[in-house]
Design a protein around this ligand. Sequence first.
Ligand SMILES: Nc1ncnc2c1ncn2[C@@H]1O[C@H](COP(=O)(O)OP(=O)(O)OP(=O)(O)O)[C@@H](O)[C@H]1O
Ligand SMILES: [Mg+2]
Length: 389
Amino acid sequence: MTFNAELAQQIAFEDIPRDDARYFEGRAKEIEEFKFSLNASTRRAQAVFRIYQGAPGCGKTSLAAYLAKINPDTVFIKLSDRHLTDFASMMERIKSAASRQEGRYAVTATHWTAVAIERLAGRALTEELQKAAQEHSTDGLRFALHVDEAHSLKNNALDVLKELHVGGLGEADQIPCVVVLTGLGHAKEHINRHPGLTRSGDSTTINMTAMTSQECADSTMRMLTELEPDEGSVAVRQSLSDLAAEAAFGWPRHLQSAQKSICEALIEANGSALALDHNQIKARCAELRAEYYEERMKDIIAPGGDDELAQQIIAQLPKQAVRASDWQLDEFCEQVVRKLWLSDKPIPDIEKTRESFKENGIVERKDGVWALSIPSMAAWAAQQLTGIR
Ligand SMILES: Nc1ncnc2c1ncn2[C@@H]1O[C@H](COP(=O)(O)OP(=O)(O)OP(=O)(O)O)[C@@H](O)[C@H]1O
Ligand SMILES: [Mg+2]
């Protein structure tokens, strides 16, 4: 057994954001829902929508990448706002993305899209295209269009979604199509505000929450099995996996930090699992969690520009059941801020604070009240305020 230092380096110092989780676990319900949607798409002309929404770092992008991986016969195309300026641009993007893929249906998908583009534009098919269309039967061809950051799609993009919702992907020859929308907790609300999409996702929205502790541990166990650390007996690996699960609070983004921390420590200990100081790893996990929260807070408009006041709101929110309307959240923020507000002047723009909390996925509506999207953020905010890390 030799320690795989190269892999540890990659996990510890990976700066480039990846789409997929290296050690994906769980999400059975989300995967099952996608399977249902694929089946449903073969029975109807319109595209089938699935909205997966949840707070930052809950694993939306990783889920979509995993769905693509376990469904190699479905042609997965990633689309963003800039590909969705209009239907024709979207089709061009689908064609070029499909032509770069290697799956069983990639060539068929490329030809089919090329033909659809010509038909949409009212142009006659070239002989070459006619031949390609005849040679490649579309039996079995299925598309999944993945649109990330669905909570902030612009009107043009929403118009294109409406077309897919009403008419599907093709014209005469409909090809089964699932539209996978991923975004923050208010993605469905954002989409439903658009005329023609008011009911989309009603029964097909999945709210993504934390992973179980067991899933976090299993994911880490797989990582350690691959890393093959020295003196890494099952018991030693198990205790490290439990440590990662505890430090993750079930949150995928924190799990990633915990796995990174373990790899950093292993590199420092020259691959010896027995030499690791667990308390030091825990401290590093807390540091990375704090860094992540601090980064998130940069997008928040704090009352009067005072970050401490924003942290107070975060620390206090879980202690009260604040009903899930905007004005009640405003009132709560006012009440928290008022206690610490030193001047007689009115507190400025509390609505802006509230909106930035919503837009950036710090708070979301849960069971009729406002909740922190990442529950462990409250403990972090409280610690910040008391000066303990
Ligand atoms: N199912 C999973 N199993 C194991 N690890 C996961 C899983 N899902 C996500 N992760 C880890 O969590 C990290 C963050 O996930 P991801 O980037 O998919 O979240 P996101 O919801 O798309 O976040 P954002 O809102 O910031 O875009 C991933 O890089 C991955 O390491
Ligand atoms: Mg993402």
